[in-house]
Structures are given as structure tokens and as C-alpha cells.
Design a protein around this ligand. Structure first.
Ligand code: FAD
Length: 821
């Protein structure tokens, strides 16, 4: 039997080797149009970044060694250009000599892979723009980096490969910007899980734009720029396009083979194409998803390898081996995080109208009392009918891979959440807990299915109307003080039985705690005491907080720096005090919120004034908590560092009396900007810039009509209700449309004013606003007014933060001038 194989990497090489192991006598010819076979595509980003140092390590096999070991005729630089299924013949072009010839087959295997998308955008052919698929691309990128030494790189597309590239270019010392059109990175994840990745990227000094696509590229002699759909321009020297791939289906299509609805080569469960003697495997095939029942393509090395083995068995032994489809089990390292998924996401289930329940749990990588336990987050989606596990996503630092593999095994075997409760894992304190995070995910899901608890998601919470329910934070008073969900009242878990009269019987009661466990206990108490409409917030405050924060961080490389608490500031980073100091170390690793704060609090009770304590915690929320705690208690936060999943905060005891709020000398200036008259807006920014120039801390609080001044000129599309549409229609759409409070004369007045200002060389309102941004003037938009007027935060300038009256009052406390304009 003569078997031809098209493609010599993951699927092709595996098929070839298995064929030979199955049959010593068949004739096997493998065609590969590139120079290399059986290389490690998955390692390419790490070779570019220097983690894999030797190029040879990328080659699992050379054509010579592979050909000899398996007695296979390997023809590199040979492209199969046509298939004639009837004559059972292919046409081959030798790319070195140009020679074209035919080759007969008894069986043919197609494993041509998938090619990266390169949309036909203006400027896309410019030098410095690359895609990454194979060794050739890798060599070109590596050569470009070594010869040009780029300082700025942009990665377009934030899928698994895009993020791996971002990390590797960052490792080489480049300023990396990621541009992603979707609202999140890594689409196999649901938004709440992707938000963990977003917040992590922010701590890594990587700039990223979400909900923004590339409209064109511009190349001048020295610069390469990307123009985004929002109108933004990013300058770069190196661009990696990683916006997706498409199956290489042309050869099959031209040969008359059936192509499926998603563009992949159609195969049956024996991996046979529409012609019985032609098989196909890998990234180019389309197959039925075992969960949704819909046909689709899986772009993963594991699937290609497994399919190669099955196809080889079916060719040699008849169609004995069934392929059951892929559940797309995938994992990626994103800086310090590990991100993994299997099965389908909640978003896909929703799209396919498959009923599901989702549940989020936060657990530790191993026993909390053993050093260095680090939290991980697990999201599972499952059937409300029978508990079948549809999908799982895990994000964390350690032990993510083994949890995801357990979950994937259950999904693959059509298992249920009840199976998760019974998994018998290997346990000793350094490796896990007696109840593994996977068991915990199962227990929680079982409780939901058996009606022991009703859950609400963070999305339910933001979509509810405020007066539909009462929101109860059952964490301790100290935790509540450090930050909570707006509108929540605090009834600590241990006080519930004494404060039952504060829970209404005629309203939904929405309970939340840090991660969901105390919330569950609170729900059980209330349920058993006759309260029925009680819900626990899945994933607790932690999930909510990650998901509702600002997800992207634009413009960080424009004269900006990231402050200790991960906020981005304009200007120059303050120089650190380098005087050597005695520092007391405090280990709070393994403790979950509020453990680290509690430990810090008791250490401070013992500490002497001015003593410095460096506390290490593995709870990622500690970064935010410690800032809030320092603010509330008046102690000084010197530094926060993030090292390999640990938050390390250095704090100095500033006061002699505990819990006495530090008295801040009041010399800041605050302005409440209420009006959107052009003259008043001008006056506000002139005063604000003037005060800032004199070294004062200035805060501008924009409320009601004042919000019109800080709207973007190019706004993203937002869905509005009728009232919001009306406001949008009637009000100025941005600062350039403002009118004068007097002598406006149907807009003539404001035009006159702008032209006089120009003649007299006085800065325009827009320039003044830009200066204010550059001067580091804090601009806060009033969230209550935004709600009333139906304005979303995406419509406002990116550097504007959202805050309530409390934010304003806090600034006013520190100010000695408060103006209302
Ligand atoms: P490929 O391995 O791409 O092989 C197809 C080969 O066919 C190519 O070499 C091509 O030149 C050749 N070919 C095509 N047409 C012809 C023709 N007409 N004649 C002759 N030769 C032809 N997957 C994971 O699971 N985990 C990862 O971490 C991971 N990381 C990745 C990182 C990168 C940078 C890339 C590019 C991919 C990564 N993948 C990863 C995906 C994985 O590499 C693919 O799923 C897998 O290689 C698919 O195997 P395949 O045989 O279908 O295609």
C-alpha cells in the first residue's frame, strides 16, 4: 500500500510514525513545503523571547533522522498543489528546482494546518509587521529584533499566542502594547475569568486596548504606526499580528472534497473526508463538538497528534478507531499567571441556547497552613438538569494545570459535577488540601443543583434594579470598611442570628462575602429560618471586584508611570527613598482575605512608631486592601511589589495611636464643575491648571451638565434607553460643541470666542484639558449624574475616573479651596 501525507509537522508526522509502527511494509511519502518537519510550533514564542536558547531544540526530528528511523520518504520543500481523487493522484511542485510531477496513492492523509489571518488593511505589507506560524516566521522575527533592536512592539490580537508573544517581547525589554477588538482577552474564557488576566496584565506594565481594532498601518522612514478604529495612533517598531487563523482548505476544496460550514475539511468519525481513501487531521479539519453538537475547528497540537494516531490505525486496520471530537483543552502562561480552559464557556452555551448554570469558586493551591499556598479561581458551567459538566476554566499561579486536567477528564467522559465531588486526588499539605479545589467546585455545584443555595452572578447584580433587593455584605466590619459593593449593608455572618429583623421577608436578599463561603453559610441560616428569596453572590466580592474594574490601561507609555497601587499616573515617578532602613518581615502567605490585613493590623499594634513592616501575602486582593487600610488608618504605604504571585507591601507605622486617621494638611483645591457653558468650562480649567502649576493637588468633580465637557469626541457605540437617548440628542456631545452662557447668538458667540482666543494665542478649552491631564489633575465623574443621564464610562475621556460624593468629600477634606462652577 502506498500512502501519501501532505504536511510534515504535528498531524502529518504523527500519522507517518504511527503508520510505520502499524505496518512495516507500506510505502509512505510525506510532503512538506517548508524546510523543516516535526518541529515545536508551541515553543516558537519562547525561542523568540530567549527562554529556549538553542534553535536546534525546536526540532523534535530532522527529515534525515525521521526518514531513517521510520523508513519514510520525506520530501521537504515540496508542495502538493492539486489532488485528483478519481485518479488517486497528487501533483507536487519541488520548490527548490521548480520541477512538477505526479504521485499516485492508495491512501492520502491531509494535515496542511491553518494559516494566520492577514486582513487586507492599508499598510499591512509594511516592513516590521509579522505573523507567527512556523520556523521561517520565527527566524525573520528573531533577525529583525537582533538587527533593529526595537524598543516598542504592538501585538494585535490577545488570544493564547498573542499573549505568549506579548510576554516574550516584554521579557526582551520592549514596551509592549496589546490591541484587542473584543471586550476581553482569550475568548475561550468567560469575561469574569478574563478579567483576572486583565488585572494581572495591568500589574506587568503592559499597555492594552480592548474593544478597539486596527484600521490601518502607516510606515514612514523611521516609524511604523498603527491607527486604531477609535482614532488613536500607536507608534511602534515591531508589530505581531495574532488575530486568528483559518484552515488551509484550498487544496482539498479544489480537489472536490467537501468543506464544512466553518471552513474546515469535512471528516467523519473515522477521520475520512468525503472521499473514502482520503483522510484528514489537525487544524484543517472540522468535526462535531461533543458538547454543543455543532461542527467546528480545534486549533490545538494535542488534538492533531491524537487524530494522526487514529487516522493511521484506520488506514492500516480498516475503520476500527472512532474519533470522538475535541473539548479544546488548552493552557497558557501569561506572565506569572496560568490560564486554562476545557469544554465550552458560558458565552458559547448562551449563544447555542443550551441551558446552563455557572459557579465560581476560589481555593488555595495547597493547604493554607503550609507555606506559599496561592489562590486559584475555578469557573465551571454545567447542566441544570443532570449536572453534566460542560466546561471549566481555571486561572491561578500554581497547580492550575493539574486541576484543569482533572476537570477536562470529567468533561471528556461526559461526567457530572457529582463526579467532581468524588475525585480522589493525591493529598499532602505541600500539594493540595484534603478537599481539593476541584472537589470544592463540585460541592458548590451540588449544593446549587440540590437547592441548598440559590446563586446570583456578578452580572445579575449589575443588571438588577437597586430597589429590587437588599444587598448584604456578611464579611467582618473591618473588611467592609476596606471596600464593598455600593449600596451594601454590613451584617457580619456571626451577627446574623441577632439581627434577623434587618432582613426583609418581602424582598430578594442578595448576600455576599469575600469568595462565597461565608455567603453560603449566611444563606443556609436564613433559608432555615424561613427566608426563601435569598441568593449568594457566586465568587463573592473578589469576582465582582475584578469584573467591574476598568479592564484596559490605555496610553501608559505616554509620559506615564504605574504607581504602587497599580494606578497609572502622568509625569515622572517619584524617586524612592534609598536610605537603608530596618525592616521587619511578616509572612501572611496562604491566608485568604481578610487574614493578611488582620495579621498586619496586629503586627502594627505591637510596632513602634516609624517601624517598617514588609508583609508578603499570596491573596491577590491584598494589594488593594493594604492601600485602603493605610488610607483608613493613616499609616504610610511605601511600596507594593508583585513577585511570582506574591503581593509584598512595605508599610511604615506613621502614628502613635492606632486607628487615628492621619491629619493631612489641607492645601489642595477642588472644583465642582456643574455647568457645561463654554466660558465656565474655560474658567474651571484655567483655575485648575493655575493651582496645579503652583504645586497644589487639584481635583475636578464633574457632575450633571459638567459631564458634557469630558465626553470623548469619538465615542464607542453604547446601548441607551429612551431617556438616555433623549439626553444624548439634546446635550452637547463633547467639549467642542459647548456654547457660551451669554451672547451665544445661536452658536456665533462661541465661535467668536474661540477665534479671539486663537488670535490672542490663548489656549483652547481642549488644550487646557490636555494640560490638565498632563499636570496630573484628578478628574472624577459623578456616577450618580452619569446614571441619571444615561452616560456610560466608555463615553468619557479615558483618564477620567468614576466616583461618588464620597470621593469628592474625601478630596474636599484635604483642600482649603472648594469652588462650585
Ligand atoms: P501544522 O503543524 O501547522 O502543520 C501543517 C504543515 O503542512 C505546515 O508545515 C505546512 O507547511 C504544511 N503544508 C500545508 N499545505 C501544504 C501543501 N499543500 N503541501 C505541502 N505541505 C503543506 N497548540 C497547543 O495545543 N498548545 C500550544 O501551546 C500551542 N502553541 C502554539 C504556538 C504557535 C506560535 C503556533 C503557530 C501554534 C501553536 N499551537 C499550540 C497550535 C498547534 O501548533 C497546531 O494546532 C498544530 O501544529 C496543528 O497541526 P497540523 O498538523 O494540523 O498543522
Amino acid at each position: 500500500m502506498k500512502i501519501l501525507i501532505v504536511g510534515g509537522v504535528a498531524g502529518g508526522a504523527t500519522t507517518a510514525a504511527r503508520l510505520r509502527r502499524n505496518d512495516e511494509n507500506c510505502e509512505i511519502v510525506m510532503f512538506e513545503r517548508g524546510k523543516y518537519i516535526s518541529y515545536a510550533n508551541c515553543g516558537l514564542p519562547y525561542y523568540i523571547g530567549g527562554t529556549i536558547q538553542e534553535r536546534e531544540k525546536l526540532f523534535v526530528q530532522t527529515p534525515e533522522a525521521f526518514g531513517k528511523r521510520f523508513n519514510i520518504d520525506i520530501r521537504i520543500m515540496s508542495e502538493v498543489t492539486a489532488i485528483d481523487p478519481e485518479k488517486k493522484e497528487v501533483r507536487v511542485k519541488n520548490l527548490e528546482t521548480g520541477n512538477i510531477y505526479q504521485e499516485q496513492f492508495d491512501k492520502l492523509v491531509l494535515s496542511p494546518g491553518a494559516e494566520p489571518l492577514r486582513p487586507n488593511l492599508p499598510g499591512i505589507k509594511s516592513e516590521g509587521i509579522f505573523t507567527l506560524r512556523n520556523v521561517n516566521d520565527t527566524d525573520q522575527i528573531k533577525e529583525f529584533i537582533e538587527s533593529r533592536k526595537p524598543k516598542k512592539a504592538v501585538v494585535v490580537g490577545a488570544g493564547f499566542i498573542g499573549l505568549e508573544m506579548a510576554e516574550n517581547l516584554h521579557k526582551l525589554g520592549m514596551q509592549v502594547t496589546i490591541v484587542e477588538m473584543a471586550e476581553q482577552v482569550m475568548t475561550p474564557l468567560d469575561y469574569s475569568m478574563a478579567s483576572l488576566v486583565h488585572q494581572h496584565l495591568k500589574t506587568k506594565n503592559v499597555e492594552f486596548y480592548l474593544k478597539d481594532g486596527v484600521s490601518r498601518f502607516e510606515k514612514t522612514e523611521s516609524k511604523l504606526s498603527i491607527m486604531l478604529m477609535s482614532g488613536r495612533k500607536i507608534e511602534s517598531e515591531l508589530i505581531i499580528l495574532s488575530i486568528g487563523v483559518r484552515p488551509e482548505n484550498q487544496l482539498a476544496q479544489n480537489g472536490g472534497l467537501t468543506i464544512g460550514e466553518s471552513g474546515g475539511i469535512f471528516v467523519n468519525e473515522h477521520l475520512q473526508t468525503s472521499h473514502p481513501d482520503i483522510y484528514a487531521v489537525g487544524d484543517a479539519i472540522e468535526f462535531t463538538n461533543p458538547i454543543t453538537g455543532k461542527r467546528g475547528i480545534t486549533y490545538l497540537a494535542g488534538s492533531a497528534n491524537k487524530q494522526g494516531r487514529i487516522a493511521a490505525d484506520n488506514i492500516i486496520f480498516g475503520n476500527t478507531h472512532l474519533y470522538k471530537g475535541s473539548i479544546s483543552t488548552a493552557i497558557a502562561k501569561v506572565f506569572d499567571l496560568t490560564v486554562a480552559s476545557a469544554g465550552v464557556s458560558g458565552r458559547t452555551l448562551k449563544k447555542e441556547q443550551i441551558p446552563y448554570i455557572s459557579s465560581i469558586t476560589h481555593s488555595s493551591s495547597h493547604a493554607g497552613y503550609y507555606p506559599n499556598a496561592i489562590p486559584m479561581t475555578i469557573k465551571i458551567v454545567f447542566s441544570p438538569e443532570n449536572g453534566r459538566l460542560f466546561g471549566a476554566q481555571v486561572v491561578g499561579y500554581e497547580g492550575v494545570d493539574k486541576r484543569l486536567d482533572l476537570l477536562a477528564t470529567v468533561i471528556k467522559n461526559n461526567g457530572t459535577v457529582y463526579d467532581l465531588t468524588e475525585i480522589e486526588h493525591a493529598y499532602a499539605p505541600p500539594y493540595s488540601s484534603a478537599k481539593d479545589p476541584v472537589n470544592i467546585a463540585g460541592f458548590v455545584a451540588e449544593n446549587i443543583l440540590k437547592g441548598k443555595v440559590k446563586i446570583a452572578t456578578w452580572r445579575n447584580l449589575i443588571n438588577y434594579q437597586q430597589n429590587d433587593f437588599i444587598l448584604v455584605d456578611v464579611r467582618t466590619h473591618d473588611e467592609f470598611q476596606l471596600g464593598t459593593i455600593e449600596g451594601a449593608i454590613n451584617i457580619p455572618l456571626d451577627d446574623i442570628r441577632q439581627r434577623l429583623n434587618e432582613f426583609p421577608k418581602n424582598k430578594k436578599i442578595l448576600i455576599f462575602c469575600g469568595v462565597g463561603l461565608r455567603g453560603y453559610l449566611a444563606c443556609r441560616i436564613l433559608n432555615q429560618l424561613g427566608f426563601e428569596d435569598v441568593y449568594n453572590l457566586s465568587g463573592g466580592y473578589k469576582t465582582y471586584e475584578f469584573a467591574v474594574q476598568k479592564q484596559s490601561n490605555e496610553d501608559i507609555y505616554e509620559n506615564n508611570y504605574i504607581g504602587i497601587e497599580d494606578h497609572i499616573y502622568q509625569g515622572h515617578q517619584p524617586i524612592k527613598d534609598t536610605q537603608p532602613k530596618t525592616v521587619t518581615e511578616l509572612d501572611a502567605c496562604g491566608l485568604q482575605c481578610p487574614g493578611p490585613i488582620m495579621k498586619l493590623k496586629s503586627a502594627f499594634e505591637e510596632a513602634t512608631p516609624k517601624q517598617i513592616i514588609r508583609v508578603s501575602a499570596t491573596d491577590p486582593a491584598f494589594g488593594k486592601d493594604v492601600q485602603a487600610w493605610c488610607k483608613v488608618t493613616g499609616n504610610k504605604l511605601i511600596e507594593i511589589q508583585l513577585l511570582g504571585g506574591k503581593v509584598i507591601a512595605t508599610v511604615q507605622k506613621e502614628i502613635t495611636q492606632q486607628n487615628t486617621k492621619q491629619v493631612i494638611p489641607a492645601n489642595g483645591k477642588t472644583l465642582i464643575v456643574f455647568s457645561d457653558d463654554l466660558d465656565k468650562a474655560l474658567a474651571s480649567f484655567v483655575i485648575a491648571n493655575g493651582a496645579s502649576a503652583m504645586g497644589k493637588k487639584v481635583t475636578m468633580f464633574f457632575t450633571f451638565w459638567g459631564l458634557n465637557i469630558i465626553k470623548k469626541q469619538i465615542k464607542p457605540h453604547v446601548n441607551r434607553n429612551l431617556i438616555a437617548k433623549l439626553f444624548d440628542f439634546m446635550l452637547p456631545s463633547n467639549s467642542t460643541k459647548l456654547t457660551l452662557s451669554k451672547m451665544n447668538m445661536l452658536g456665533m458667540g462661541s465661535k467668536m470666542m474661540r477665534s479671539i482666543m486663537l488670535k490672542k494665542n490663548i489656549d483652547s478649552l481642549e488644550n487646557l484639558m490636555l494640560q490638565a491631564k498632563e499636570n496630573g489633575i484628578e478628574m472624577i465623574a459623578c456616577n450618580m449624574s452619569m446614571e441619571v443621564m444615561g452616560i456610560s464610562k466608555e463615553e468619557l475621556l479615558d483618564h477620567v475616573s468614576i466616583g461618588g460624593v464620597a470621593s469628592y468629600l474625601e478630596r474636599a477634606e484635604e483642600a482649603n479651596v472648594n469652588l462650585f462652577v
